[in-house]
Design a protein around this ligand. Structure first.
Ligand SMILES: CC(=O)[C@@H](O)[C@H](O)COP(=O)(O)O
Ligand SMILES: NCC(=O)COP(=O)(O)O
Length: 247
């Protein structure tokens, strides 16, 4: 492992969707995801991730500009590959757009984007985002054919879905971890910056953070849940410490 080029620092992007989930439960404006973004910035988070779902169950359109105005942190906008979301991304020009699969009836993002099967649908969206100076990321399962598809699409970044790893137990977890490590290495060898995220917690983050090629982790639901008990500052700091220890 020593001869692998490690990105200087593993970045932590904090997904603030579920602050908005709690806000929306009562229809008002508290708690405000913008306040969460400001706290993340104040404790050294490296970016804000927000998923504007088609059903607007958490983050809403008006949140995007407010988040962008509130901090200098790069915004990673998670979006479905639809004309509506493309138009929104082009209007807001986030630092990055992470294209994710979306099904309205799902509780959370259940699998990766089928970049291999949807080349023709994705190609114009990737081009238009890239032409607008938005860094495109594809949220994919850790599979070689999906990395190859990302290469064909010219995506500079892939985010490897860590959900299967997070849910696995015993020997299966080691198998899932190896898939992610192998695919991070494959992506990096082919000039694609690998990120990872979904379902990461204090308990399972370190083996992922130790994968040398990974440049960024995006973590949300667990951090926002933990913030209820210890505050968002402490939760982000603790995650940062665990990530640093793992490297
Ligand atoms: C794409 C992803 O893994 C997460 O950002 C997740 O989609 C957050 O939103 P949900 O919790 O609504 O799935
Ligand atoms: N892309 C993954 C993400 O942003 C956060 O996922 P989770 O930690 O909320 O499961």
């Amino acid at each position: 492992m020593n001869n692998v080029l490690r990105p200087a620092r593993l970045r932590l992007g904090v997904n603030i969707d579920h602050v908005a989930t709690i806000r929306n439960a009562r229809g008002g404006d508290h708690p405000d995801p913008v306040r969460a973004a400001e706290i993340v910035a104040s404790v050294g988070g490296d970016g804000i991730t927000a998923h504007l779902r088609e059903d607007r169950r958490h983050i809403r359109d008006e949140d995007l500009a407010r988040i962008q105005a509130a901090t200098n942190l790069p915004l990673n906008l998670e979006m479905a590959a639809t004309d509506e979301m493309l138009e929104i991304a082009l209007r807001h020009k986030p630092h990055a757009a992470c294209i994710v699969p979306e099904r309205r009836e799902e509780r959370t993002t259940e699998g990766g984007l089928d970049a291999a099967g949807q080349h023709n649908r994705l190609a114009p969206i990737v081009s238009r985002l890239s032409d607008a100076g938005i860094r495109v990321s594809l949220f994919i399962a850790p599979e070689a054919r999906q990395i190859e598809a990302a290469m064909k699409l010219g995506a500079p970044v892939v985010e490897l879905h860590t959900g299967e790893y997070a849910h696995a137990e015993g020997e299966q977890r080691a198998i899932e971890l190896k898939r992610i490590a192998d695919m991070a290495a494959l992506a990096a060898r082919n000039g694609i910056e690998p990120h990872a995220g979904h379902g990461l917690t204090y308990e399972n983050v370190q083996p992922i953070a130790a994968i040398p090629q990974l440049a960024e982790l995006n973590i949300g639901h667990y951090l926002i849940g933990e913030a209820i008990f210890v505050g968002l500052e402490s939760a982000v700091r603790r995650m940062r410490e665990l990530m640093d220890e793992a490297r």
